[in-house]
Design a protein around this ligand. Structure first.
Ligand SMILES: Cc1ncc(COP(=O)(O)O)c(C=O)c1O
Ligand SMILES: N[C@H](C=O)CCC(=O)O
Length: 425
């Protein structure tokens, strides 16, 4: 069956034909291509078409797809059994690796997804502070747990349901929403809810309203406000961890959160999540403390193996230099082409994470991201897809560079982009 036939068949038994809404390509008015395999910087659809991939499984494929060493370690681990529901040495090794390399991560608990990581971190912050309310930012996405699916980014935005049906008012009322890059909006919420805010959770580089970096002083300001009002600061580094720098956004911006959530890259492409931080807070988690959290497949040996192997391969300064330079090369090329064809175009980048918007204005928050020209994005996306470039199928997702992208790949992408811009002009 080709992609179209597979999509039609999938719609009969999977809601919308997909297992995660953004994959349906609704916001680019297209149908998804069904992927048969991936290798290095490429994904291949069921018809054998090759695409240069900037989705990278939504971030984890930072080494490129199908890395031989990661694959070989997973194959070895398979021979020992798939899952035991009991402690293993490999989860200790990954936990040690994470606590040794990430500042402020004194203890860490493994889970199976980023959603579980943020949901558990929020519960922990509430248990630790004995407070109920939380602050999040409009356009930030932290997975699909109820309290965080309020004014959320990513697929929630493009489906037109930033605050999902099914989230009760009782739950939603405890989630207060501030504006990204706007410290006053955070201060106002703290003032209006004195002694009630358990935590502030933030994507230190927002990657679910497209890519929106923090302005200078924003993260530091959050740290100060949390200290002033006795709230826990949570950096959701599910996307940025090991992506924007080896030690994540903390390394780039030098701000210390109390709790950190991780996912994506630390599973090397296998399902994973983790949350951790200060020992005094983490010791409130069961079985040490009163905050319950558990998981049948938590610390799964295949995920731990894939993650640890990936991190060890990644841990070289020159890798991060390469990711940064490749991304700069791509974005500079795109900007030059857009300007050649008089197309308003604005780009953002932190290391190997990037975004582009069809606008001539600086984008610092969700409001600005939503003002960019979505119809131009759709046309651009469709053209790129039809000519072998796989971009995230939404104007509200970040792009991801991998170490497998070569200059030849990027030159190919720029050639295609020139034709796309020419069509838009
Ligand atoms: C910043 C951030 N946090 C949390 C999540 C949720 O992770 P998962 O999809 O693994 O549940 C995502 C992505 O989905 C994310 O980008
Ligand atoms: N933006 C999301 C994660 O980062 C995209 C993944 C998904 O929801 O399917």
């Amino acid at each position: 069956m080709n992609s179209q036939e597979l999509f039609q068949a999938s719609k009969q038994c999977i809601p919308g034909g997909v297992n995660s809404p953004v994959r349906a390509f609704n916001s680019v008015d297209s149908d998804p291509v069904f992927i048969a395999r991936a290798d290095k910087a490429y994904v291949y659809d069921v018809e054998g078409n090759q695409y240069v991939d900037f989705v990278g499984s939504w971030g984890p494929a930072i080494l490129g797809h199908n890395n031989p060493e990661v694959a070989s370690e997973i194959k070895k681990a398979i021979d020992n059994g798939l899952s035991f529901g009991a402690p293993t040495q490999i989860e200790l090794e990954l936990a040690n690796y994470l606590t040794n390399h990430i500042p402020n991560l004194e203890m860490v608990r493994m889970v199976s997804s980023g959603t579980e990581a943020t949901m558990s971190a929020i519960r922990l912050a509430r248990g630790f502070t004995s407070r109920e309310k939380i602050i999040k930012f409009a356009g930030c996405y932290h997975g699909h747990s109820d309290s965080l699916l309020v004014n959320a980014g990513s697929g929630a935005l493009t489906q037109g349901v930033p605050s999902s049906a099914g989230v009760t008012e009782g739950v939603a009322k405890d989630t207060l929403v501030a504006k990204y890059n706007n410290l006053n909006s955070v201060k106002e919420l703290f003032e209006a809810n004195k002694g009630q805010i358990a935590c502030v959770i933030v994507e230190p580089v927002a990657g679910n309203m497209n890519c929106v970096p923090p302005e200078e002083g924003f993260l530091q300001g959050l740290r100060e406000l949390c200290d002033q009002y006795g709230a826990v600061l949570i950096f959701d580094e599910v996307m940025t961890g090991f992506r924007v720098a080896f030690a994540g956004a903390q390394e780039v911006y030098k701000v210390n959160p109390d709790l950190i959530t991780l996912g994506k890259i630390i599973g090397g492409g296998m399902p994973v999540g983790a949350f951790g931080g200060k020992k005094e807070i983490m010791e409130k988690i069961a079985p040490l403390g009163p905050v319950y959290q558990a998981g049948t497949l938590s610390g799964n040996p295949l995920s731990m193996t894939a993650g640890l192997t990936t991190l060890k391969l990644l841990n070289k300064e020159e890798n991060y230099q390469q990711l940064k330079e490749s991304t700069e090369y791509l974005l500079t090329g795109l900007k030059d082409l857009a300007s050649k064809y008089n197309i308003p175009f604005y780009t953002t980048q932190v290391g190997g994470m990037f975004g582009f918007f069809f606008t001539d204005k600086e984008v610092v928050d969700l409001e600005m991201a939503m003002q960019a020209d979505l119809s131009k994005f759709k046309t651009f996306h469709k053209f790129m897809l039809n000519h072998g470039v796989y971009l995230a199928p939404s104007a509200f997702e970040a792009g991801f560079m991998s170490l497998a992208h070569t200059k030849a790949d990027l030159d190919f992408v720029l050639e295609v982009a020139e034709q796309a811009f020419a069509q838009l002009a």
